[in-house]
Design a protein around this ligand. Sequence first.
Ligand SMILES: NC(=O)c1ccc[n+]([C@@H]2O[C@H](COP(=O)([O-])OP(=O)(O)OC[C@H]3O[C@@H](n4cnc5c(N)ncnc54)[C@H](OP(=O)(O)O)[C@@H]3O)[C@@H](O)[C@H]2O)c1
Length: 376
Amino acid sequence: MAKHPVVVYGASGYTGMLIMDWLIDQNIPFTAVARNAKRTKEMMAQRVVRLESANYEIIEAEHNVDALANAFRGAKVVCNTVGPFFNFGLAAVEAALKAGCHYIDTAGEQHFIRQVREQFGELYRQAGLLVSPSNAYMYSFAEIAAEVALETPGIDVLETATLTRGPRGAAGVTVGSTATIFEGYRQEACYLWDKKLELHAADASFTATTPDFLQAVFCLPWGGTSLPVYFEHDPRVRSCVSFVGFYDNNAMRMVHTLGQKWETEYKNLPREQQDAVLKQLVDSTTPSMPPRERTTLQRTVDVAVGRGQLAAVRATVHGVTPYISTGALQTAAAMKLIDGETAKVGFASGSKAFGHRYLLGFLEQRGLARASVSQL
Ligand SMILES: NC(=O)c1ccc[n+]([C@@H]2O[C@H](COP(=O)([O-])OP(=O)(O)OC[C@H]3O[C@@H](n4cnc5c(N)ncnc54)[C@H](OP(=O)(O)O)[C@@H]3O)[C@@H](O)[C@H]2O)c1
Protein backbone atom coordinates (compact mmCIF):
# COMPACT_ATOMS: atom_id res chain seq x y z
CA MET A 1 0.00 0.00 0.00
CA ALA A 2 1.35 3.42 -1.01
CA LYS A 3 1.81 5.97 1.74
CA HIS A 4 2.43 8.94 -0.59
CA PRO A 5 0.05 10.76 -3.01
CA VAL A 6 1.98 10.01 -6.23
CA VAL A 7 3.09 6.58 -7.45
CA VAL A 8 5.82 6.34 -10.09
CA TYR A 9 5.54 2.90 -11.70
CA GLY A 10 8.62 1.81 -13.68
CA ALA A 11 10.78 3.38 -11.02
CA SER A 12 13.99 1.67 -12.20
CA GLY A 13 13.59 3.11 -15.72
CA TYR A 14 15.05 6.18 -17.38
CA THR A 15 11.79 8.12 -17.57
CA GLY A 16 10.42 7.04 -14.18
CA MET A 17 13.55 8.43 -12.54
CA LEU A 18 13.23 11.74 -14.44
CA ILE A 19 9.67 12.09 -13.11
CA MET A 20 11.10 11.63 -9.60
CA ASP A 21 13.61 14.46 -10.24
CA TRP A 22 10.75 16.84 -10.94
CA LEU A 23 8.57 15.57 -8.06
CA ILE A 24 11.47 16.18 -5.68
CA ASP A 25 11.97 19.64 -7.21
CA GLN A 26 8.33 20.40 -6.34
CA ASN A 27 8.70 18.80 -2.87
CA ILE A 28 6.06 16.15 -3.62
CA PRO A 29 6.47 12.85 -1.70
CA PHE A 30 6.23 9.74 -3.89
CA THR A 31 6.06 5.97 -3.84
CA ALA A 32 8.41 4.28 -6.34
CA VAL A 33 6.98 0.98 -7.62
CA ALA A 34 8.94 -1.53 -9.72
CA ARG A 35 9.34 -5.26 -10.20
CA ASN A 36 12.78 -5.33 -8.55
CA ALA A 37 13.29 -3.17 -5.44
CA LYS A 38 17.05 -3.84 -5.19
CA ARG A 39 17.75 -2.73 -8.78
CA THR A 40 15.44 0.26 -8.29
CA LYS A 41 17.33 1.39 -5.19
CA GLU A 42 20.67 1.10 -7.03
CA MET A 43 19.41 2.90 -10.14
CA MET A 44 17.80 5.70 -8.13
CA ALA A 45 21.04 6.23 -6.17
CA GLN A 46 22.90 6.64 -9.49
CA ARG A 47 20.40 8.70 -11.43
CA VAL A 48 17.84 10.61 -9.36
CA VAL A 49 18.93 14.18 -8.64
CA ARG A 50 18.41 15.52 -5.06
CA LEU A 51 17.37 12.08 -3.77
CA GLU A 52 18.98 12.92 -0.42
CA SER A 53 16.23 15.48 0.23
CA ALA A 54 13.33 13.35 -1.06
CA ASN A 55 10.45 11.92 0.95
CA TYR A 56 9.82 8.55 -0.71
CA GLU A 57 9.49 4.79 -0.33
CA ILE A 58 10.12 1.87 -2.69
CA ILE A 59 7.58 -0.94 -3.14
CA GLU A 60 8.35 -4.09 -5.12
CA ALA A 61 5.37 -5.51 -7.04
CA GLU A 62 4.84 -8.14 -9.70
CA HIS A 63 3.37 -6.93 -12.97
CA ASN A 64 -0.20 -8.14 -12.53
CA VAL A 65 -3.44 -6.30 -11.75
CA ASP A 66 -3.87 -7.45 -8.14
CA ALA A 67 -0.26 -6.94 -7.10
CA LEU A 68 -0.17 -3.50 -8.70
CA ALA A 69 -3.55 -2.47 -7.22
CA ASN A 70 -2.23 -3.41 -3.75
CA ALA A 71 0.88 -1.31 -4.33
CA PHE A 72 -1.03 1.70 -5.75
CA ARG A 73 -3.84 1.76 -3.13
CA GLY A 74 -3.54 4.83 -0.88
CA ALA A 75 -2.10 7.10 -3.60
CA LYS A 76 -4.07 9.71 -5.57
CA VAL A 77 -2.20 9.51 -8.88
CA VAL A 78 -0.32 6.76 -10.72
CA CYS A 79 2.37 7.88 -13.20
CA ASN A 80 3.02 4.79 -15.32
CA THR A 81 6.20 4.45 -17.41
CA VAL A 82 6.31 0.68 -17.98
CA GLY A 83 6.33 0.22 -21.74
CA PRO A 84 5.93 -0.83 -24.47
CA PHE A 85 2.39 0.02 -23.41
CA PHE A 86 1.04 -2.28 -26.17
CA ASN A 87 2.39 -5.12 -24.04
CA PHE A 88 2.20 -3.90 -20.44
CA GLY A 89 -0.08 -0.86 -20.25
CA LEU A 90 -3.59 -2.23 -19.70
CA ALA A 91 -2.71 -4.11 -16.48
CA ALA A 92 -1.54 -0.86 -14.86
CA VAL A 93 -4.62 1.05 -16.11
CA GLU A 94 -6.89 -1.61 -14.56
CA ALA A 95 -4.87 -1.68 -11.33
CA ALA A 96 -5.01 2.12 -10.89
CA LEU A 97 -8.80 2.07 -11.32
CA LYS A 98 -9.10 -0.79 -8.83
CA ALA A 99 -6.97 1.18 -6.36
CA GLY A 100 -9.08 4.35 -6.83
CA CYS A 101 -6.25 6.41 -8.39
CA HIS A 102 -6.10 8.83 -11.31
CA TYR A 103 -3.90 7.38 -14.09
CA ILE A 104 -1.42 9.19 -16.36
CA ASP A 105 1.31 7.65 -18.50
CA THR A 106 4.06 8.24 -21.08
CA ALA A 107 2.57 6.11 -23.87
CA GLY A 108 2.82 7.26 -27.47
CA GLU A 109 1.15 4.18 -28.93
CA GLN A 110 -2.10 5.09 -30.64
CA HIS A 111 -3.57 1.60 -30.62
CA PHE A 112 -3.05 1.28 -26.86
CA ILE A 113 -4.54 4.74 -26.30
CA ARG A 114 -7.67 3.66 -28.21
CA GLN A 115 -7.89 0.50 -26.11
CA VAL A 116 -7.71 2.60 -22.93
CA ARG A 117 -10.51 4.86 -24.18
CA GLU A 118 -12.72 1.95 -25.22
CA GLN A 119 -12.13 -0.39 -22.26
CA PHE A 120 -11.63 2.07 -19.39
CA GLY A 121 -12.84 5.58 -20.32
CA GLU A 122 -16.39 5.10 -19.06
CA LEU A 123 -15.33 3.11 -15.97
CA TYR A 124 -12.93 5.87 -14.90
CA ARG A 125 -15.65 8.49 -15.55
CA GLN A 126 -18.08 6.60 -13.31
CA ALA A 127 -15.40 6.44 -10.61
CA GLY A 128 -14.76 10.21 -10.89
CA LEU A 129 -11.16 9.57 -11.97
CA LEU A 130 -9.04 10.72 -14.91
CA VAL A 131 -7.36 8.26 -17.28
CA SER A 132 -4.91 10.19 -19.46
CA PRO A 133 -2.32 8.37 -21.58
CA SER A 134 0.47 10.24 -23.41
CA ASN A 135 1.33 12.98 -20.91
CA ALA A 136 4.82 13.02 -22.38
CA TYR A 137 6.93 14.85 -24.94
CA MET A 138 5.31 12.64 -27.58
CA TYR A 139 2.62 13.85 -27.99
CA SER A 140 1.82 16.60 -25.51
CA PHE A 141 4.09 19.08 -27.34
CA ALA A 142 2.36 18.49 -30.69
CA GLU A 143 -1.03 18.68 -28.98
CA ILE A 144 -0.10 21.99 -27.31
CA ALA A 145 0.92 23.32 -30.77
CA ALA A 146 -2.41 22.06 -32.20
CA GLU A 147 -4.38 23.71 -29.38
CA VAL A 148 -2.53 26.99 -29.93
CA ALA A 149 -3.43 26.77 -33.64
CA LEU A 150 -7.07 26.07 -32.70
CA GLU A 151 -7.18 29.37 -30.78
CA THR A 152 -7.59 31.00 -34.24
CA PRO A 153 -11.32 30.98 -35.04
CA GLY A 154 -12.38 28.83 -37.99
CA ILE A 155 -9.54 26.30 -37.89
CA ASP A 156 -10.93 22.77 -38.32
CA VAL A 157 -8.14 20.84 -40.08
CA LEU A 158 -4.78 20.05 -38.45
CA GLU A 159 -1.47 18.67 -39.63
CA THR A 160 1.21 18.17 -36.99
CA ALA A 161 4.87 17.23 -37.15
CA THR A 162 6.99 16.12 -34.19
CA LEU A 163 10.61 16.72 -35.19
CA THR A 164 13.40 15.74 -32.84
CA ARG A 165 16.95 14.50 -32.76
CA GLY A 166 19.61 13.20 -30.39
CA PRO A 167 23.42 13.13 -30.63
CA ARG A 168 23.49 10.86 -33.66
CA GLY A 169 20.05 10.74 -35.23
CA ALA A 170 17.88 8.59 -33.01
CA ALA A 171 20.71 7.86 -30.52
CA GLY A 172 19.80 8.87 -26.99
CA VAL A 173 16.55 6.95 -27.28
CA THR A 174 16.05 4.63 -24.29
CA VAL A 175 15.70 0.82 -24.22
CA GLY A 176 11.94 1.13 -23.53
CA SER A 177 11.46 3.64 -26.35
CA THR A 178 13.42 1.54 -28.84
CA ALA A 179 11.27 -1.50 -28.00
CA THR A 180 8.18 0.67 -28.46
CA ILE A 181 9.35 1.98 -31.86
CA PHE A 182 9.98 -1.49 -33.30
CA GLU A 183 6.90 -3.00 -31.62
CA GLY A 184 4.98 -0.43 -33.66
CA TYR A 185 5.48 -2.58 -36.79
CA ARG A 186 2.81 -4.91 -35.37
CA GLN A 187 0.24 -2.14 -34.78
CA GLU A 188 -2.16 -0.32 -37.04
CA ALA A 189 -1.84 3.47 -37.34
CA CYS A 190 -4.70 5.89 -38.08
CA TYR A 191 -5.25 9.52 -38.99
CA LEU A 192 -8.49 11.48 -38.60
CA TRP A 193 -10.21 12.32 -41.86
CA ASP A 194 -13.58 14.09 -41.92
CA LYS A 195 -14.41 12.89 -38.37
CA LYS A 196 -13.44 9.24 -38.99
CA LEU A 197 -10.27 7.35 -38.14
CA GLU A 198 -8.71 5.99 -41.36
CA LEU A 199 -5.77 3.58 -41.66
CA HIS A 200 -2.40 4.85 -42.83
CA ALA A 201 -0.89 2.69 -45.58
CA ALA A 202 1.74 0.31 -44.17
CA ASP A 203 4.48 2.08 -46.19
CA ALA A 204 3.23 5.65 -45.59
CA SER A 205 5.83 8.41 -45.34
CA PHE A 206 5.76 12.23 -45.52
CA THR A 207 8.18 15.01 -46.28
CA ALA A 208 7.82 17.91 -43.87
CA THR A 209 9.05 21.36 -44.81
CA THR A 210 9.31 23.97 -42.09
CA PRO A 211 11.21 27.28 -41.89
CA ASP A 212 13.19 25.76 -38.98
CA PHE A 213 15.30 23.62 -41.33
CA LEU A 214 16.85 24.20 -44.73
CA GLN A 215 16.38 20.55 -45.64
CA ALA A 216 13.02 18.78 -45.85
CA VAL A 217 12.52 16.26 -43.02
CA PHE A 218 11.59 12.66 -43.86
CA CYS A 219 8.76 11.60 -41.53
CA LEU A 220 6.67 8.54 -40.71
CA PRO A 221 3.22 8.12 -39.10
CA TRP A 222 5.00 6.53 -36.06
CA GLY A 223 1.90 4.59 -35.10
CA GLY A 224 -0.40 7.50 -35.88
CA THR A 225 0.27 9.45 -32.61
CA SER A 226 -2.30 10.25 -29.92
CA LEU A 227 -3.69 13.36 -31.64
CA PRO A 228 -6.21 11.78 -34.07
CA VAL A 229 -7.70 9.88 -31.10
CA TYR A 230 -7.84 12.89 -28.77
CA PHE A 231 -9.40 15.06 -31.52
CA GLU A 232 -11.75 12.36 -32.87
CA HIS A 233 -14.73 13.56 -30.83
CA ASP A 234 -13.67 17.21 -30.58
CA PRO A 235 -16.37 19.33 -32.26
CA ARG A 236 -13.76 21.87 -33.43
CA VAL A 237 -11.77 19.38 -35.54
CA ARG A 238 -12.69 17.57 -38.78
CA SER A 239 -9.30 16.16 -39.75
CA CYS A 240 -5.92 15.60 -38.11
CA VAL A 241 -2.86 13.99 -39.70
CA SER A 242 0.23 13.67 -37.49
CA PHE A 243 3.73 12.47 -38.22
CA VAL A 244 7.17 12.19 -36.64
CA GLY A 245 10.69 12.73 -37.95
CA PHE A 246 14.04 12.31 -36.22
CA TYR A 247 15.72 15.01 -38.20
CA ASP A 248 18.47 12.72 -39.29
CA ASN A 249 16.88 11.53 -42.52
CA ASN A 250 19.14 8.45 -42.76
CA ALA A 251 18.08 7.14 -39.32
CA MET A 252 14.44 7.64 -40.21
CA ARG A 253 14.79 5.96 -43.60
CA MET A 254 16.38 2.97 -41.85
CA VAL A 255 13.28 2.60 -39.64
CA HIS A 256 11.09 2.89 -42.75
CA THR A 257 13.11 0.29 -44.68
CA LEU A 258 12.88 -2.10 -41.73
CA GLY A 259 9.12 -1.51 -41.65
CA GLN A 260 8.85 -2.58 -45.28
CA LYS A 261 10.98 -5.65 -44.52
CA TRP A 262 8.56 -6.41 -41.65
CA GLU A 263 5.62 -6.32 -44.08
CA THR A 264 7.24 -8.70 -46.57
CA GLU A 265 9.25 -11.08 -44.34
CA TYR A 266 8.05 -11.05 -40.72
CA LYS A 267 4.40 -10.02 -40.69
CA ASN A 268 3.04 -13.55 -41.02
CA LEU A 269 5.52 -15.30 -38.72
CA PRO A 270 4.22 -16.83 -35.45
CA ARG A 271 4.28 -14.38 -32.52
CA GLU A 272 7.29 -16.01 -30.79
CA GLN A 273 9.40 -15.66 -33.94
CA GLN A 274 8.35 -12.03 -34.32
CA ASP A 275 9.29 -11.48 -30.65
CA ALA A 276 12.77 -12.83 -31.39
CA VAL A 277 13.18 -10.50 -34.40
CA LEU A 278 12.08 -7.50 -32.32
CA LYS A 279 14.37 -8.43 -29.41
CA GLN A 280 17.33 -8.71 -31.76
CA LEU A 281 16.52 -5.27 -33.24
CA VAL A 282 16.27 -3.66 -29.78
CA ASP A 283 19.42 -5.34 -28.41
CA SER A 284 21.49 -4.31 -31.44
CA THR A 285 20.17 -0.71 -31.51
CA THR A 286 20.03 0.21 -27.79
CA PRO A 287 22.04 -2.18 -25.60
CA SER A 288 21.86 -0.09 -22.39
CA MET A 289 20.40 2.99 -20.70
CA PRO A 290 21.64 6.19 -22.37
CA PRO A 291 23.12 9.09 -20.36
CA ARG A 292 20.98 11.98 -19.16
CA GLU A 293 20.03 14.38 -21.96
CA ARG A 294 21.81 17.68 -22.60
CA THR A 295 20.25 20.86 -23.96
CA THR A 296 23.19 21.16 -26.37
CA LEU A 297 22.27 17.85 -27.98
CA GLN A 298 18.57 17.04 -27.67
CA ARG A 299 16.34 19.65 -29.28
CA THR A 300 12.83 19.47 -30.70
CA VAL A 301 10.46 21.32 -33.01
CA ASP A 302 6.73 20.51 -32.91
CA VAL A 303 4.67 22.19 -35.61
CA ALA A 304 0.91 22.36 -36.10
CA VAL A 305 -0.49 23.83 -39.29
CA GLY A 306 -4.19 24.63 -38.94
CA ARG A 307 -6.55 25.50 -41.76
CA GLY A 308 -10.20 26.45 -42.08
CA GLN A 309 -12.21 27.67 -45.04
CA LEU A 310 -10.02 30.80 -45.26
CA ALA A 311 -8.19 30.88 -41.92
CA ALA A 312 -4.67 29.44 -41.80
CA VAL A 313 -2.15 29.39 -38.97
CA ARG A 314 1.17 27.80 -38.02
CA ALA A 315 1.96 27.18 -34.34
CA THR A 316 5.41 25.96 -33.33
CA VAL A 317 6.72 24.71 -29.99
CA HIS A 318 10.51 24.65 -29.80
CA GLY A 319 11.85 22.45 -27.02
CA VAL A 320 14.87 20.78 -25.45
CA THR A 321 15.52 17.44 -23.69
CA PRO A 322 12.27 15.57 -24.45
CA TYR A 323 12.67 12.90 -21.74
CA ILE A 324 13.40 15.53 -19.08
CA SER A 325 10.38 17.47 -20.39
CA THR A 326 8.31 14.30 -20.05
CA GLY A 327 9.20 14.20 -16.34
CA ALA A 328 8.10 17.83 -16.05
CA LEU A 329 4.77 17.17 -17.84
CA GLN A 330 4.00 14.20 -15.57
CA THR A 331 4.73 16.34 -12.52
CA ALA A 332 2.63 19.25 -13.83
CA ALA A 333 -0.28 16.82 -14.29
CA ALA A 334 0.24 15.15 -10.89
CA MET A 335 0.24 18.55 -9.14
CA LYS A 336 -3.19 19.37 -10.58
CA LEU A 337 -4.58 15.95 -9.69
CA ILE A 338 -3.29 16.09 -6.10
CA ASP A 339 -5.06 19.44 -5.75
CA GLY A 340 -8.27 17.98 -7.25
CA GLU A 341 -8.04 20.37 -10.22
CA THR A 342 -9.02 18.62 -13.43
CA ALA A 343 -11.48 19.86 -16.03
CA LYS A 344 -12.25 16.25 -16.97
CA VAL A 345 -12.79 12.79 -15.54
CA GLY A 346 -12.82 9.65 -17.69
CA PHE A 347 -10.60 9.55 -20.79
CA ALA A 348 -8.94 12.87 -21.70
CA SER A 349 -5.60 14.23 -22.87
CA GLY A 350 -3.42 16.35 -20.60
CA SER A 351 -4.28 19.46 -22.64
CA LYS A 352 -8.01 18.83 -22.21
CA ALA A 353 -7.79 17.86 -18.52
CA PHE A 354 -5.41 20.59 -17.32
CA GLY A 355 -5.40 23.15 -20.15
CA HIS A 356 -2.72 23.45 -22.84
CA ARG A 357 -1.78 26.94 -21.61
CA TYR A 358 -1.10 25.54 -18.10
CA LEU A 359 1.15 22.77 -19.48
CA LEU A 360 2.92 25.16 -21.86
CA GLY A 361 3.44 27.69 -19.05
CA PHE A 362 4.90 24.98 -16.78
CA LEU A 363 7.39 24.05 -19.52
CA GLU A 364 8.18 27.66 -20.46
CA GLN A 365 8.85 28.62 -16.84
CA ARG A 366 11.48 25.89 -16.66
CA GLY A 367 13.19 26.72 -19.96
CA LEU A 368 11.93 23.55 -21.66
CA ALA A 369 9.70 25.02 -24.38
CA ARG A 370 8.83 28.19 -26.27
CA ALA A 371 5.71 28.62 -28.41
CA SER A 372 5.19 30.95 -31.36
CA VAL A 373 2.28 31.38 -33.73
CA SER A 374 1.89 33.05 -37.11
CA GLN A 375 -1.21 33.68 -39.20
CA LEU A 376 -0.72 32.48 -42.78
N1 LIG B 1 5.91 9.55 -25.45
C1 LIG B 1 7.10 10.00 -25.03
O1 LIG B 1 7.55 11.10 -25.36
C2 LIG B 1 7.88 9.14 -24.09
C3 LIG B 1 8.89 9.69 -23.31
C4 LIG B 1 9.56 8.85 -22.42
C5 LIG B 1 9.23 7.50 -22.35
N2 LIG B 1 8.24 7.02 -23.13
C6 LIG B 1 7.83 5.60 -23.05
O2 LIG B 1 7.87 5.17 -21.72
C7 LIG B 1 8.26 3.80 -21.66
C8 LIG B 1 9.45 3.65 -20.72
O3 LIG B 1 10.52 4.35 -21.23
P1 LIG B 1 11.90 4.44 -20.42
O4 LIG B 1 12.66 5.47 -21.12
O5 LIG B 1 11.67 4.66 -18.97
O6 LIG B 1 12.48 2.97 -20.65
P2 LIG B 1 13.45 2.10 -19.74
O7 LIG B 1 14.55 2.93 -19.20
O8 LIG B 1 13.79 0.92 -20.57
O9 LIG B 1 12.53 1.66 -18.49
C9 LIG B 1 11.50 0.74 -18.61
C10 LIG B 1 10.87 0.48 -17.26
O10 LIG B 1 9.82 -0.49 -17.44
C11 LIG B 1 10.09 -1.61 -16.56
N3 LIG B 1 9.65 -2.86 -17.19
C12 LIG B 1 9.98 -3.33 -18.42
N4 LIG B 1 9.39 -4.53 -18.62
C13 LIG B 1 8.67 -4.79 -17.51
C14 LIG B 1 7.84 -5.87 -17.09
N5 LIG B 1 7.63 -6.93 -17.90
N6 LIG B 1 7.27 -5.82 -15.88
C15 LIG B 1 7.45 -4.75 -15.06
N7 LIG B 1 8.24 -3.71 -15.37
C16 LIG B 1 8.84 -3.74 -16.58
C17 LIG B 1 11.57 -1.60 -16.36
O11 LIG B 1 11.87 -2.34 -15.17
P3 LIG B 1 13.26 -3.16 -15.02
O12 LIG B 1 14.32 -2.15 -14.66
O13 LIG B 1 12.95 -4.09 -13.91
O14 LIG B 1 13.55 -3.83 -16.32
C18 LIG B 1 11.83 -0.10 -16.22
O15 LIG B 1 11.47 0.35 -14.94
C19 LIG B 1 8.54 3.38 -23.11
O16 LIG B 1 7.40 2.74 -23.63
C20 LIG B 1 8.77 4.69 -23.82
O17 LIG B 1 8.44 4.65 -25.20
C21 LIG B 1 7.57 7.80 -24.00
